[in-house]
Design a protein around this ligand. Structure first.
Ligand SMILES: [Cu+2]
Length: 157
């Protein structure tokens, strides 16, 4: 497993990152990783992704890391009495035989302290850490500022 991860990291750095590809980690399928273009670096960026657990074991996304953010966090969007807030989520459950989406208005990654401007059409890597499955790095597509989804044409299901 360690060797496979290393090979993946090497291949990611050696070739252009392909947006919209599905990355497999054990029984997890990670796909449609995307973000939005940023105006500058003052405001945090966001990270969205689809995680499918095809296995029989519950897992959880425990953290994210990326070179474009000094402090990436997991957030949940909660609306209470008509007011939306984004509390920190220590982990995002990925139950067995289910699909979890980090999406606008729901769970999402918050990329605090951007280290570079996120430009539409470019990609950046995010490493996801799962409690059971371990780490995996996926390419994240930077979409336009008004984008509402990953914009992947060939959805798997
Ligand atoms: Cu947030």
């Amino acid at each position: 497993m360690k060797y496979l991860l290393t090979a993946l990291l090497l291949s990611l750095s050696a070739t252009p990152l392909l947006a919209c590809e599905t990355v497999q980690l054990g029984s997890l399928e990670i796909s449609e990783a995307w973000s939005r273009a940023s105006i500058g670096m003052a405001r945090p960026g966001a990270f969205y992704v689809t995680i499918r657990n095809t296995g029989a074991t519950d897992d959880a996304l425990a953290g994210i890391a990326t070179p474009v953010s000094g402090k990436p966090m997991l957030h949940e969007t909660v609306v209470k009495d008509g007011v939306a807030s984004m509390p920190h989520a220590p982990a995002i459950p990925v139950p067995a035989d289910s699909t979890v989406q980090l999406e606008p208005g729901g769970y999402h990654g918050m990329l605090m302290g951007l280290t570079q401007v996120l430009k539409e059409g470019e990609t950046f890597p995010v490493t996801l850490t799962f409690r059971e499955a371990g780490d995996v790095t996926v390419p994240v597509a930077i979409r336009g500022m008004g984008a509402k989804d990953a914009g992947c044409v060939d959805k798997k299901d």
